[in-house]
Design a protein around this ligand. Structure first.
Ligand code: AMP
Ligand code: GLY
Length: 423
């Protein structure tokens, strides 16, 4: 089977690494990929939103399955584009249609969906420029901190948590006047929840579903969860507090009603659902949905799946997921992200990276890297994710920290406290 993965981050390298191990694979292509994915298959220099070029590549390389990594092409309707094209219609795409991707692409849509299907989530109200005064009034009824969310995609920057009422009013006004462009033309204001977060991943073919290993992500740049939000600085799986009692609640109260709700809405959803959850007094509550896998969570989830993952994805693509069962590696996997100095603010690219040959007993997933002559150079804010197995979390972390120190580039930075809160 020939497979095309869309995307260029650590998530896509981890998927490519896993799919490349499948005996069912003939040829693997990654568009656009990075220096790491080039070792798992062939990179195609095509952007993930260039649908006509993707079509040409799919036909030229006889692609039989497309796996979509990031949210932007999903929200832009890549799956709908395939369904509407006579030559592409029968080629399965793993990733929801545009309507399904609204679970991530519109926070207002996701909140309304959760309320309609009784899925636990924070209380909220949505506002637009026309209802700014109502927004101010609603803020006054809440206790700080105030949670403001731009409705649309804002590359992970659209959520603000503010302690001061005046500041919240000012931010609401600025968001509605275009601080995040069109993404902020509607703003969701919601109740602040205090608890511990984890991510649960579901793969669905539209009627059946599988729950993949859960993970905990570390989002802030600084140690002790301080400083600016990033795409994610590290992850661990399994998550000790996501015990079987908690996971049963997640399945019955969130996963099942989500799949049922999508069906009732007539939304064709074939792909990953990422549940961003918070555990409050033992109960799971949804913070957000994403229409894709997480990054860097995928860098710990893929190594824990023992199945031939291509077989699972192919079954999903045929609507035959009920034939599959996920077999999970009992070991812990952690990943530590090495980022460019300055990230998530301004940072430089093009720094040569050395030390790959010294790494032992860790898997180095590439995020922002590219080949430049005979060198591998940095090409993004998040550069490498160093994943390791361990019979305990402490052992997995020890291995990642030993190996990450062997990889060098100018300005490199990583958090030294991934998983420390769980030990
Ligand atoms: P999101 O982009 O929706 O994942 O939000 C980013 C982060 O903001 C989440 O990972 C949470 O840490 C935090 N957050 C979002 N919504 C809430 C909420 N209602 N209460 C507390 N924290 C929240
Ligand atoms: N690591 C969080 C995300 O992928 O959205």
């Amino acid at each position: 089977m020939n497979v095309l993965i869309l995307g260029s981050g650590g998530r896509e390298h981890a998927m490519a690494w896993k799919i490349a191990q499948s005996p069912r694979l003939t040829k693997l292509f990654i568009a656009p990929g990075n220096a790491g994915t080039a070792h798992c298959g062939t990179n195609l220099s095509i952007g993930t939103e260039d649908f006509p070029a993707i079509k040409q590549a799919v036909l030229e390389h006889d692609i039989e399955l497309v796996v979509v990594g990031p949210e932007v092409p999903l929200v832009a309707g890549i799956h709908d584009f395939f369904l509407a094209d006579g030559q592409l219609r029968d080629i399965p795409v793993i990733g929801p249609t545009k309507k399904g991707a609204m679970l991530e692409g519109s926070k207002d849509f996701a909140k309304e969906f959760m309320v309609k299907y009784n899925i636990p989530t924070a209380a909220y109200k949505s506002f637009s420029t026309k209802t700014l005064a109502k927004g101010y009034r609603f803020l006054r009824t809440l206790q700080p901190p105030y949670v403001l969310k731009a409705d649309g995609l804002a590359a992970g920057k659209g959520v603000l948590i503010l302690n001061d009422l005046d500041e919240a009013r000012k931010e609401l006004r600025e968001m509605l006047s275009g601080k995040f462009g069109k993404a902020g033309s509607t703003v969701v204001i919601e109740e602040f929840l205090s608890g511990i977060e984890c991510s649960v991943f579901v793969l669905t073919d539209g009627s059946d579903y599988l729950i993949l290993p859960e993970a905990k992500d570390y989002k802030r740049i600084g140690e002790g969860d301080t400083g600016l939000n990033t795409g994610g600085m590290g992850a661990v799986s399994p998550v000790p507090f996501a015990d079987s009692v908690f996971m049963e609640k997640v399945e019955s109260r969130i996963v099942k009603p989500t799949i049922e709700g999508l069906k009732k809405e007539g939304i064709f959803y074939r792909g990953f659902i990422f549940l961003g959850l918070i555990k409050v007094n033992g109960e799971p509550i949804v913070i957000e949905y994403n229409a894709r896998m997480g990054d860097p969570e995928t860098e710990v989830v893929m190594p824990r799946i023992k199945n031939d993952f291509l077989e699972v994805l192919a079954a999903c693509g045929k609507g035959d997921l009920k034939s599959q069962k996920i077999v999970t590696d009992e070991r812990t996997v952690c990943t530590v992200m090495m980022v460019a100095g300055g990230y998530p603010g301004e940072y430089e690219k093009g720094k040569p990276i050395t030390g790959f040959e010294k790494v032992e007993s860790s898997i180095v997933f590439h995020a922002g890297t590219k080949n430049s002559g005979d060198k591998i150079v940095s090409n993004g804010g998040r550069v490498l994710a160093v994943s390791s197995y361990g019979t305990s979390m402490a052992e997995a972390l020890k291995s990642s920290y030993k190996n990450i120190g062997l990889l060098e580039f100018e300005g490199r930075y990583w958090r030294r406290d991934i998983g420390a809160d769980l030990l």
